[in-house]
Design a protein around this ligand. Structure first.
Ligand SMILES: Nc1ncnc2c1ncn2[C@@H]1O[C@H](COP(=O)(O)OP(=O)(O)OP(=O)(O)O)[C@@H](O)[C@H]1O
Length: 267
């Protein structure tokens, strides 16, 4: 189990500020934090800063140690990142990729145990029939599901997932996020997940952090922070937030109220 701290993060890219003073609620074991906000708000940039892929100022630490000071090998075992792009096609099969990812992180599992783990993940995500087909013949959604399997195969403590459901149909969106939730519950892991679908964030996350123009606009429990005013301010959309019969807040988006204002950088 690990706790990640993200405080006052600044990132500059191409000579201009992209993130400014971004802090997240403490990323605690078993918790899922959804990162929402309009296009170009800085969600992917923040996730890339958290894995140490781009330079950042401020505090990005795991159990008190700055991520940049954790050696690459340890970092790879602790942190797992799923980029926004759907994995490319290749001649390797999902099964071969899963085996090679697990080997690369020196996962301490016997070969039969690893096969059992792969089969469990593949069956949860509907990949059994595709396990031995080359990635290049799989659909985009299937390749995204494979990408999600690869993100958890070595049992990392922290998952950083960039729109992991963007290519998935309704059924597999729910299956994918349920798999992640189950993973967090069983392993005491934590996840930060960038999402465009506010209703998925409302339904599945413990905390939501809202970015706009590279700044944190709001953060907290979904029901506490997602309101019509926030949605109007952040997305330029008139919306209602109602409570569904299962007791969850649900966003009903009515119409755009202004042109998107998502391209400006933090000043
Ligand atoms: N390497 C780079 N050099 C310069 N600017 C960059 C670079 N990478 C990203 N940016 C800029 O940073 C801003 C934030 O981009 P980012 O991809 O983090 O946003 P996002 O919230 O993930 O967007 P989306 O929802 O559209 O995926 C954008 O204005 C983008 O053009």
């Amino acid at each position: 189990m690990a706790v990640m701290t993200v405080r006052d993060v600044d990132v500059r890219l191409g000579g201009r500020p992209i993130l400014s003073q971004v802090s997240l609620p403490p990323l605690q074991p078993g918790r899922l934090t959804a990162l929402i906000g309009p296009n170009a708000a800085g969600k992917s940039t923040l996730l890339r800063a958290l894995i140490g892929a781009i330079p950042a100022r401020g505090t990005i630490a795991i159990d008190g140690t700055e991520v940049r000071n954790i050696d690459r090998h340890t970092r790879r075992g602790l942190l797992s990142y799923m980029p926004q792009a759907v994995p490319q096609g290749s001649s390797l099969s999902p099964y071969e990729l899963a085996r090679s990812y697990a080997r690369a992180t020196e996962l301490a599992l016997s070969s039969p145990d690893l096969d059992r783990r792969i089969a469990e993940l593949f069956s949860m995500l509907g990949l059994m029939d595709d396990a031995h087909r080359p990635m290049q013949v799989l659909s985009g959604g299937k390749r995204q599901l494979v990408g999600l399997c690869l993100t958890v195969i070595h049992q990392p403590a922290i998952l950083l997932l960039d729109e992991p459901t963007s290519a998935l149909d309704l059924h597999w969106q729910l299956a994918a996020i349920s798999m992640v939730r189950g993973y967090l519950d069983r392993n005491g892991a934590t996840a930060v997940m960038a999402l465009h679908d506010v209703n998925l964030a409302l339904r599945f996350s413990d905390e939501i952090a809202v970015l706009k123009h590279g700044r944190l606009v709001a953060a907290g429990a979904p029901a506490d922070i997602v309101s019509p005013d926030l949605i109007a301010e952040v997305y330029g959309v008139a919306a209602r937030v109602e409570t569904c019969s299962a007791g969850f807040p649900v966003l009903l988006a009515d119409r755009p109220t202004s042109t998107a204002t998502s391209t400006a950088s933090p000043g």
